[in-house]
Ligand binder design. Sequence first.
Ligand SMILES: Cc1cc2nc3c(=O)[nH]c(=O)nc-3n(C[C@H](O)[C@H](O)[C@H](O)COP(=O)(O)OP(=O)(O)OC[C@H]3O[C@@H](n4cnc5c(N)ncnc54)[C@H](O)[C@@H]3O)c2cc1C
Ligand SMILES: Cc1cc2nc3c(=O)[nH]c(=O)nc-3n(C[C@H](O)[C@H](O)[C@H](O)COP(=O)(O)O)c2cc1C
Ligand code: SF4
Length: 649
Amino acid sequence: MAEKSYKLLEPLKVGPVTLKNRFVFAPMGSWYAPPDGYCNQRLIDHYTRMAKGGTALLIGEFLRVNDTDSAYAANMAILNNRYIYGYAELADSVREEGACFVFQIGHAGGNTRSDQIGGLTPISPSPFVNIDNELTREMTLDDINRVEEEFVATASRLQIAGFHGIEIHAAHGYLLSEFLSPRYNHRKDGYGGSLENRARMILEVYDKIRAKCGPNFVIGVRVNVNENFDGHMDGLTMEDVLSFAKIMEARGIDYISCTGADIINQKASVPTMYMTRGYNIANTYIVKKAVKVPVMVAAGMDVKIGEQVLQEGKADLIGIARGLVADPDMPRKLMEGRIEDIRPCIRGGIGCASHARFNKTLACELNPCIGNKSMEIMAESPVIRPKKVLVIGGGPGGMEAARLAAHRGHKVTLYEKTKELGGRLIEASIPDFKEDIRPLITWLKTQLQKENVEVKLGVEATAEVIKKEKPDVLIVAIGAEYTIPTEVSKDKANIMVPEEVTIGKKKVGEKVVVVGGGSIGCDLAIFLAESQKKNVTLSTRQDMVMKDYDEILTAISIWERLPAAGVKVKTGVTFKGFSGGKATFTDREGIDWQLDADRVIVSGGLAPQSDAAAKFDKLAPKVYKIGDCVVVGRIWDAFHTAWRAVLDF
Ligand SMILES: Cc1cc2nc3c(=O)[nH]c(=O)nc-3n(C[C@H](O)[C@H](O)[C@H](O)COP(=O)(O)OP(=O)(O)OC[C@H]3O[C@@H](n4cnc5c(N)ncnc54)[C@H](O)[C@@H]3O)c2cc1C
Ligand SMILES: Cc1cc2nc3c(=O)[nH]c(=O)nc-3n(C[C@H](O)[C@H](O)[C@H](O)COP(=O)(O)O)c2cc1C
Ligand code: SF4
């Protein structure tokens, strides 16, 4: 498609500013700020990099309005005038890249923990027991007034520092959305009851900031449009959202940003790969139809969906958080007609959502240089003496290593023993609910072609092959193989491993037992129940499936999807064997227990191909082993170990 035909690239007036296109970097906590909230060089580099990619509007991450009861330790803050210098450098740097920059300002309300706010009790419109099991304290009128003034002081300092505006954070279960939502606001005074009353604090914050900062300062607001779901119907209704949007528009708000939900439906705010990409579009469209002020949609937006949303008039601005972290150059690549080069976010959350949960700095499973300027400079610097590089294995580790090495100027050949590139990603992306992984395989294949990597498919690399090739550098990325626990290996003839079903397409009968409650076992159980309509039982020796999975939103998606797919889950049982159509388990009391089954599939784990990998030791002056053949991990590990290896030579 020609450049001009993209609505995504059309300018838009938002209050006092004109945006050069419709791409917005949605607010995304980076945890790059030190605990006191000062703006440091890492933040300046990070946001400048986002702006360099061509995004028109950056919305800075949740910036707390005070240092007492507002939010988490590492949130940004501009608590007094001494903070301004760092923020002014940040604002200047982003402006120089041609982007507009507004900062989201907020107060966590009841959605924080006392140990994050110096031992104070979290405050909220009405008391409630929060997600950390703490009883919050109802705010007094003095509290309300104080926090409003803190919002104003924060906005004013940001204006002095040179930002184009602020976004009022009235979403995600933080303080102002608690006021707005009947789920949390049970006040009997002028701040509770009717929608007008519940919106009062937001309006007062808005009015005070507008009065202080004037008409040339952008003021937007972020609001939940998906608070009610499944059995939880006590949240903000769409009628409430519409009334709120109209009130804000009448007041003079410059844009309305529509997002997912509060803390009890967090996955609506940051939908995982198990959820539809356009999760918030329908409700955003309802808002869009009701107001004239620009409306932003977020969650799972990419170029294709964003463009469609704009073409269909369902929103004016496309908010993208994770997609721009995976590839900050998305807008620039679209402008240059290089859509195929955009690195696709897979919504796995390993690095962004998982890190945020544990107060770790923002990272990305696919883009190791997010927040790491020196790494990016190295990756983009051509090598002085190109080497002959041979990569063994065409999974994500081998492909990414080959891509990066070739990008830096090395001469690269990749051997893949099967007829197809992708490694375990092929198997991983078979279920439709994991389709986000498919564009990653396509992206890697395309980049190998563009970087002139010589790919030898259907050729197993052996010691003889390597000796003949005489590479300067050898990268071994041969992955891992499924294992069956020794205690049940006597029944091997009757037992399958997941790849035999997904890749091998072997028949499994009607009654299937999947053993293993990790992500691979859960995926397989859902896949068999949903798309093959099998009667599936999933067993685990743990007390729950997805136990200890570090990306909680993915775990929640799976916990919800298993029963919805009709999968029966048996916890606390150890698989003992399968014969005569009976799968035998022992429970925690040592009692044996049996289940009729046509087939048992053991998803007990994979073992690194360490012995096979060791055969390549010393076959080149430099040998690196990466990905699953060292330690079985995830795409994160394949990519990050690939980068470590390639940046080492
Ligand atoms: C069902 C399933 C679902 C998964 N889902 C996810 C997910 O959602 N998110 C996530 O982060 N991770 C997921 N993973 C894990 C992820 O796929 C792996 O961690 C990743 O693929 C490892 O990459 P790798 O390149 O090290 O190895 P692999 O992907 O295993 O690739 C190794 C490649 O080397 C080739 N090879 C082996 N020996 C030779 C040789 N001698 N010569 C030439 N070629 C050779 C193999 O054929 C293979 O193509 C999943 C894994 C599985 C099995
Ligand atoms: C690590 C992380 C941090 C986030 N921080 C914020 C934040 O500070 N304020 C906010 O309103 N939303 C925040 N969000 C939500 C995003 O703005 C966005 O709405 C969400 O990620 C869905 O959009 P996406 O699919 O483009 O990522 C965060 C999301 C992630 C993954
Ligand atoms: S870590 Fe995964 S979900 Fe997060 S931005 Fe990167 S690719 Fe997307």
